[in-house]
Design a protein. Structure first.
Length: 147
């Protein structure tokens, strides 16, 4: 079997299984879990199952989250759309890159919530690619708005 066909089979079977519903569970992965996934991908690279420039698992999870968030954002009848309530105000403020209101942060689970973390990464830029974390700049902003 040539390399291209092998890469296609790897992507269709292994990667598909790793990414299945990853947006729901990847935020709850510990650093140890992520390193186990990365070690598995490194072994697959060594055996030639995937290309040497294959993404890390955290990048795959982030891409899957971004893709789901785009579907939620741009599909009016999406089932997760109510999690992004419209932002309304009576002030003449500068235009924002979105018209949604942040969900209230009331628990530790919000740090790992798909909509919350993807929204923060989308609006304020992805400076930190760790799953389930927000950069210190974002944390200080979030602490300020949640007081």
């Amino acid at each position: 079997m040539n390399a291209t066909s092998l890469y296609d089979v790897f992507r269709a079977t292994i990667v598909a299984k790793l990414l299945y519903c990853s947006s729901a569970w990847s935020g709850f992965c510990s650093a140890s879990d992520i390193s186990h996934f990365d070690a598995f991908i490194k072994r697959c690279k060594r055996y030639g199952y995937c290309p040497d420039n294959f993404l890390k698992i955290s990048e795959l999870f982030s891409d899957a989250d971004d893709q789901l968030f785009s579907h939620v954002l741009y599909t009016p009848a999406h089932v997760l759309k109510p999690l992004l309530p419209n932002y309304t105000h009576d002030y003449n403020l500068q235009d924002r890159s979105h018209n949604f209101e942040l969900i209230n942060k009331n628990a530790h689970l919000n740090d790992r919530h798909l909509i919350y973390t993807t929204f923060i990464h989308r609006v304020y830029g992805r400076q930190n690619t760790n799953i389930g974390t927000v950069t210190t700049k974002h944390k200080s902003y979030l602490q300020h708005i949640n007081q």
